[in-house]
Write a protein that binds this ligand. Structure first.
Ligand code: GSH
Length: 331
C-alpha cells in the first residue's frame, strides 16, 4: 500500500515535470514576435562541443561581432541543461545554438550565420560575395555542411548530417566522465528518447558498442561512407577553384560552415581519414588554411572543453593500442 502510494506520487511528479519541459518544433530564422530578456545587441546560447554552435561562434568571430556568451551544457559536456525550463524559454525545441539579436531569437545555425552576415555594420568584414553566381555556390556549400532535420538521417544530402554518426566514438569516450544519473534525466524528460538511450548504450558498452550493436554500427559505417562522398565533392571543388577557399579567393560563410566540420574531424582524430594529404591533397591544404584563421583560435580553441579534450585523447590512445579498433573506426 505504502509502496503503491510512493509509486503513484513519483508518477504524478514525473507527469507534471514532463509537461513543464514539453518541447515543440520552432520555425527556422528570426522570431520577430518573441522577445527575450537581453543585455547586449547580440547574445549566443551555445555549447563547446556542438557542431552548430561552433559554426555560429566562428561566424561571429569572423564578422568581429561582440556578443554575450551563454554556455549551455548538453549531456556530452555535463548534463541536460538544454531540456530544463530556463533554456526551453529561449528555445522551446531544446537545441543549441540560439543567436539572439536585440532580444529576438534566431533558430538554426545556418540561418544564424546568414542573418549575422546581413546585419553587421558596414565596416565589418563581408562573408557573402556580391556576385549572384558565387552567392548561389556559397548557399550550396552551406547546405551541404548543415544539419538539416533529423540529425541522424539524410547523411547523403549533407556532411553536417553525417557528423553525428561519425561522432559516436567521441561521444563514447566523453560519456565516460558523465554519471548514469545524469543520463537518467534524459531518459525521463528528453524529447527524443533515442538520444539518452544511445548514451546509455555508450556508457555501458564503451567502444565495443560499435561491434555489439548492429543498428549503431550501421549508422556509424553508413555515415563514414557518406562523409567520404562529401569530401570527394569538396576535393573536386577545391581543385577546380584552386583555393585557398571553397569559392576561390573569397572567404565566405561556406568556409565558416566547413571549418566546423573539420574541427569535429580533428576532435575525432579522423582528419587523416577524410582529408589525408595523399588521398585528398586539396582538402588537406584547405585545413592548413582554415586553422590559420584568427577566428579558429577565438571561436574554437578558446572554448576548448576538458571533457572534449579527454575524449579526443582517449580515442587516440585506444586506437594506438588496438589496430583492430583503428580498422573498425577508420575503415
Ligand atoms: N539544425 C539545428 C541543429 C540543432 C541541434 O540539433 N543541436 C544539437 C547540438 S549540435 C543539440 O542541441 N542537441 C541537443 C541534445 O542532443 O540533447 C541547427 O543547425 O542549429
Amino acid at each position: 500500500m505504502i509502496l503503491a502510494g510512493i509509486a503513484l506520487t513519483l508518477c504524478a511528479l514525473w507527469y507534471f515535470e514532463n509537461k513543464r519541459r514539453r518541447t515543440h518544433s520552432v520555425q527556422a530564422g528570426l522570431q520577430g514576435d518573441t522577445e527575450l530578456p537581453h543585455e547586449q545587441e547580440f547574445e549566443l546560447y551555445h555549447n563547446a562541443l556542438s557542431l552548430c554552435s561552433m559554426k555560429s561562434r566562428l561566424c561571429l568571430a569572423e564578422l568581429e561581432i561582440p556578443y554575450k556568451s551563454h554556455p549551455v551544457d548538453l549531456i556530452e559536456t555535463g548534463c541536460y541543461e538544454n531540456i530544463r525550463s530556463p533554456f526551453l524559454r529561449v528555445n522551446p525545441a531544446g537545441t543549441v545554438p540560439v543567436l539572439v539579436h536585440n532580444g529576438h531569437p534566431i533558430y538554426e545555425s545556418h540561418e544564424q550565420i546568414r542573418y549575422a552576415a546581413e546585419h553587421v555594420p558596414v565596416s565589418s568584414p563581408t562573408l557573402v560575395p556580391h556576385s549572384p553566381l558565387l552567392r548561389e555556390e556559397m548557399e550550396y556549400w552551406i547546405d551541404r555542411s548543415s544539419i538539416i532535420g533529423d540529425p541522424i538521417n539524410h547523411e547523403s544530402e549533407s556532411a553536417g548530417n553525417a557528423v553525428p554518426g561519425q561522432t559516436f566514438p567521441l561521444f563514447i569516450t566523453m560519456i565516460e566522465r558523465i554519471s548514469f544519473w545524469k543520463i537518467l534525466e534524459g531518459l525521463l524528460f528528453h524529447f527524443d528518447k533515442r538520444r539518452p538511450l544511445m548514451f546509455l548504450a555508450f556508457k555501458l558498452l564503451g567502444l565495443n558498442v560499435l561491434r555489439k550493436s548492429r543498428p549503431l554500427s550501421a549508422i556509424f559505417t553508413q555515415s563514414r561512407a557518406q562523409m567520404h562522398n562529401h569530401f570527394d565533392a569538396l576535393e573536386a571543388k577545391l581543385q577546380q577553384t584552386g583555393g585557398p577557399w571553397i569559392l576561390g579567393d573569397t572567404f565566405s560563410l561556406a568556409d565558416v560552415s566547413w571549418l566546423a566540420i573539420y574541427e569535429r574531424l580533428r576532435q575525432l582524430n579522423a582528419l587523416h581519414v577524410f582529408a589525408g594529404r595523399e588521398e585528398r591533397p586539396a582538402c588537406a591544404q584547405y585545413w592548413d588554411n582554415l586553422e590559420m584563421r584568427p577566428s579558429y583560435q577565438e571561436a574554437i580553441r578558446a572554448h576548448s572543453h576538458p571533457i572534449v579534450v579527454h575524449g579526443t585523447q582517449r580515442l587516440c590512445d585506444a586506437k594506438a593500442g588496438s589496430p583492430a579498433l583503428r580498422e573498425l573506426l577508420e575503415g
